[in-house]
Write a protein that binds this ligand. Structure first.
Ligand SMILES: Nc1ncnc2c1ncn2[C@@H]1O[C@H](COP(=O)(O)OP(=O)(O)O)[C@@H](O)[C@H]1O
Ligand SMILES: [Mg+2]
Length: 415
């Protein structure tokens, strides 16, 4: 293997610093990497290889042409969110027809996992709890096809059976975009009257703790990465990165049985690479909200907490070194913590590096919108007090409510 193409959509900065872990693996293979990406910059500080930029709307065929023109003999997909994962799955199908092996979940499974309703069907068939829901067909609501005057009433009655509050979640989309909170029948009436444009799942809104887990692997051999706690659920959804996000090495929370079933599902679907599973933990049960067929917002944290490096794992899958290097379960060995901050300056970055175990801190830009800085750091067991002091000394860089949450996590006896 000489030339390995990496397929990417959003800014590669979010893969920092763990993406650099592939450099030694590439050197050992005597291979070079090139990033084929649609957004952001990709200098050598961000990607250990060369890069080629495609326009944001690049089609699968345009990707295939560019990858072939470079002379790649293999490819690895690391795009997000779902619409770009689907593109990568199409590119995989086309590249593999040309003899270019591509690490990515096959198209049929990717299609299922991009769609929240289809995903629910699969979860149910594996006996994995998922909030009860009905499909909200926007074609029928908008009279786009056959007129079905009884359809809105059919939805209302189904909603009554599910029980309020409910959420209407578009089948596609990510980071809580487009989700409507419907506390009562009147809210559903307003939602239906507004003629939603996209199909959605109308789903029971559960109260509990939000969490997320990555599962990485191929061919029936999977690693369950450390569980990441991402906030609380129960009302209108907050922006994905709004709350403190963390891995906690001191808690187990009896995740193993759910993890085993999720691995069975991955094996059954033929997942190749990474999936990212969003869940709500309520009354001792993990309810799965969705499975994203790709790396996700929790990938950096789960690697930092002690999981294997996902990007190296993808190369291992490519070369066949997987599964010998795949632990079945990777537990958190340290705290890994992430929160939104002020936008970092070079001086602040230097200070962060000196004071805490910094993983990364950069501007969080999604769809052109700057959400401020996002800070990711780890805390080894025993280092909680010192880290807390250092963070406090950073004087307002970490917003006070976040600092409070970090304190309660790291120093629970100080509550
Ligand atoms: N059934 C539910 N009960 C309570 N909150 C939910 C439920 N489904 C989704 N949410 C909220 O909406 C957010 C996004 O939902 P999710 O299904 O992960 O869709 P996506 O991430 O694709 O927007 C969750 O993080 C959570 O805050
Ligand atoms: Mg999600």
């Amino acid at each position: 293997m000489q030339r390995i193409a990496f397929l990417r959509s959003v800014d590669i900065r979010r893969a920092d610093p763990h993406l650099h872990g592939i450099a030694p693996a590439l050197a050992a293979l005597g291979a070079e990497a090139r990033l084929f990406h649609t957004h952001g910059d990709a200098g050598p500080d961000l990607f250990p290889g060369t890069s080629e930029k495609l326009h944001p709307g690049a089609t699968p065929d345009e990707f295939v042409d560019r990858v072939r023109a470079w002379g790649a003999d293999a490819a690895v997909a690391i795009s997000l969110p779902d619409e770009n994962a689907l593109r990568d799955a199409v590119v995989k199908t086309k590249l593999e027809a040309l003899g270019i092996r591509t690490v990515m979940t096959p198209l049929a499974a990717t299609r299922v996992l991009c769609d929240k309703w289809e995903t629910k069907r699969v979860l149910e068939s594996y006996g994995i709890p998922t909030p009860p829901a009905v499909l909200l067909d926007s074609d029928l609501l908008n009279d786009r096809t056959l007129p079905v005057p009884a359809y809105p009433d059919a939805v209302r009655l189904a909603a009554r059976d599910l029980g309020y509050p409910l959420l209407a979640k578009p089948l596609w989309d990510s980071t809580s975009m487009g989700i409507a909170y419907l506390p009562d029948p009147a809210a559903l009436d307003r939602h239906l009257a507004a003629r939603p444009q996209a199909h959605a799942v109308l789903e029971k809104c559960l109260s509990g703790r939000l969490c997320s887990v990555d599962i990485v692997g191929a061919d029936g051999h999977y690693t369950v990465m450390p569980l990441i706690w991402t906030g609380t659920a129960g009302g209108p959804p907050a922006f994905t990165f709004e709350d403190l996000r963390h891995a906690d090495p001191t808690r187990d929370d009896d995740f193993a049985p759910t993890a085993r079933r999720l691995v069975e599902l991955c094996a059954g679907l033929g997942v190749e690479g990474s999936v990212n599973v969003d869940m709500i933990h309520a009354d001792g049960v993990y309810h799965v909200l969705e499975i994203n067929p790709r790396i996700g917002g929790a990938t950096t944290l789960s690697i930092a907490a002690g999981g294997p490096n996902t990007f190296v794992a993808l190369l291992d899958i490519l070369t066949g070194a997987w599964p010998t290097r795949a632990p079945a379960v990777a537990r958190a060995e340290r705290f890994a913590i992430e929160c939104l901050t002020a936008n970092p300056t070079p001086a602040l970055l230097a200070e962060l590096r000196a004071r805490i175990d910094l993983v990364t801190c950069h501007d969080l830009v999604i769809d052109g919108h700057d959400h401020g800085g996002i800070l990711t750091f780890t805390v080894d067991p025993g280092d909680e007090r010192r880290t807390m002091k250092e963070l406090t000394a950073l004087n307002g860089f970490v917003p006070a409510p976040m600092l409070d949450k970090i304190r309660r996590l790291l120093l629970p006896t100080a509550r």
